[in-house]
Write a protein that binds this ligand. Structure first.
Ligand SMILES: Nc1nc2c(ncn2[C@@H]2O[C@H](COP(=O)(O)OP(=O)(O)OP(=O)(O)O)[C@@H](O)[C@H]2O)c(=O)[nH]1
Ligand SMILES: [Mg+2]
Length: 229
């Protein structure tokens, strides 16, 4: 942890649907970012799971609407931090990456930092088909929003409070983290990427969507539609 981070409060938002890996992520994020960080879990799981979450002294918000974008937005709106972070709960994203990203936002070098998974994909973690999909959507994002990024749909990001204040009243639309990146790019906030490792999902099925193909096409359409709104 550097000096710039010391007087900033950090909030970490984690969207969950019955993810076993979250318990290790809670532990690791306290290790990397300090035990006093605010952790807000926006959850759509069973009562039994929520009970286990609460034992770890995190704040739990039970999600009433749908979609990961809405879950993260709900958590961000409830957060008190100067620096706002988010990570997927399935253990696929390198938790240590949060530290690097927080340092960059704390230094003022960027308002929004994305964890790029695509340079460090561990064995069996992402199929060629999904790699192609993620790269293509990032390219489309770059063309539309004038900001070249490699992995706009990553589940790890860190955002400055000031930038968030500017977009907090927008209703999220279904483009994953692309929603946050797009609305910030439109408002000319500084966006950067860091490399993180991407691990194989070890437990449970995917929670995001029934069809990543349809989700992908839907995202491309919404990225275009929302660009000039
Ligand atoms: N609260 C909430 N969490 C969600 C929702 N959809 C997905 N998540 C969580 O968001 C994160 C990303 O979802 P994943 O299922 O891992 O999506 P993915 O990474 O595209 O799919 P995999 O490659 O199978 O891991 C996970 O922590 C999920 O538990 C939702 O509607 N509500
Ligand atoms: Mg995942």
């Amino acid at each position: 942890m550097n000096d710039l981070m010391k007087n900033k409060r950090i909030s970490l938002i984690i969207p969950t649907i019955e993810e076993e890996a979250v318990f290790k992520i809670i532990e690791d994020s306290r290790k990397f970012l300090g035990k006093n960080i605010e952790i807000i879990i926006v959850d759509k799981s069973s009562d039994a799971y929520v009970k286990r979450l609460k034992k770890t002294n995190v704040e739990v918000i039970r999600q009433k609407d749908r979609g990961v974008e809405n879950a993260i937005m709900t958590g961000l709106r409830a957060a008190n931090g100067d620096i706002l972070a988010s990570i997927d709960a399935d253990g696929t994203h390198e938790t240590r990456g949060l530290l690097k990203a927080v340092e960059i936002v704390a230094s003022g070098e960027a308002d929004f930092v994305l964890g790029n998974r695509l340079n460090n994909i561990q064995k069996g973690a992402m199929s060629a088909y999904l790699r192609f999909g993620n790269s293509s959507l990032s390219m489309i994002f770059g063309m539309l929003y004038g900001k070249k990024v490699h992995d706009v749909l990553t589940g790890l990001f860190v955002m400055d409070r000031k930038a968030f204040e500017d977009i907090k009243n927008i209703t999220p639309y279904r483009t994953g983290i692309g929603f946050f990146a797009g609305e910030l790019a439109k408002r000319k906030y500084e966006i950067k990427e860091i490399d993180i490792k991407y691990f194989k999902r070890e437990q449970g099925p995917s929670k995001l969507t029934k069809s990543k193909l349809f989700y992908g096409f839907g995202m491309a359409y919404l990225m275009l539609k929302k660009r000039f709104k």
